[in-house]
Design a protein around this ligand. Structure first.
Ligand code: FE
Ligand code: FE
Length: 192
């Protein structure tokens, strides 16, 4: 695969606010490091990391419109919390506007917010990189999770998901049932 990362970066900079752009670079480099550790394709990890939030700064109403227009399914919880849609819409934009043809990359972008059961290695890497990149400061147990990320992907997922569910208890309305499903899946998996 050969993807023009510098060119995509330039375009992205126009569509993201400064903080989001810096976060994006953090995810790209963190994903690259995890790819090195786990033998994943480094370029794929970088491209997925770079583009994972490409739809983040699109206004909510426009995200919903884009879904309707392009026959992207919108669940009830997504309708109520349109920010969740930036993952699916991001995969669509990565393909249409940035010319990504690799389905694995598109899938990793599409599930980066909630995760999903039985993720591919690339999907896990993007999900985790999004959570631990150096600009992140607010999540609990970050130090531990960052260390664990370079030891075991599934246990890291489980830790992130349980911390996330704990956090979302305060705002259960914002909980996508997929996050819960993913949590249950990885709980069973690490208990095996
Ligand atoms: Fe995101
Ligand atoms: Fe992100």
């Amino acid at each position: 695969m050969s993807f023009n990362i510098p060119k995509a970066k330039k375009i992205l900079k126009k569509y993201l606010d400064d903080n989001r752009f810096e976060h994006t670079l953090g995810v790209m480099y963190t994903a690259a490091c995890l790819a090195m550790k786990y033998g994943e394709d480094i370029e794929k990890a970088q491209v997925a990391g770079l583009l994972h939030d490409c739809a983040k700064c699109i206004p909510d109403q426009k995200k919903i419109k884009l879904c309707v227009k392009n026959k992207i399914s919108v669940t009830e919880i997504e309708q109520k919390n349109p920010f969740l849609l930036h993952a699916k819409v991001g995969a669509y934009i990565a393909e249409e506007k940035y010319g990504v043809t690799d389905q694995e990359i598109l899938d990793a972008i599409a599930c980066h917010t909630t995760g999903k059961p039985n993720m591919t290695r690339l999907e896990k890497i993007i999900y985790i990189a999004d959570y631990i990149e150096p600009m992140r400061t607010k999540a609990p147990n970050l130090e531990e999770v960052r260390k664990l990320a370079f030891e075991d992907l599934d246990r890291t997922l489980f830790k992130i998901l349980s911390d996330t569910l704990n956090y979302l208890k305060r705002a259960p309305k914002n909980l996508d049932p997929m996050t819960l499903q993913t949590y249950e899946y990885y709980k069973d998996k690490i208990m095996e």
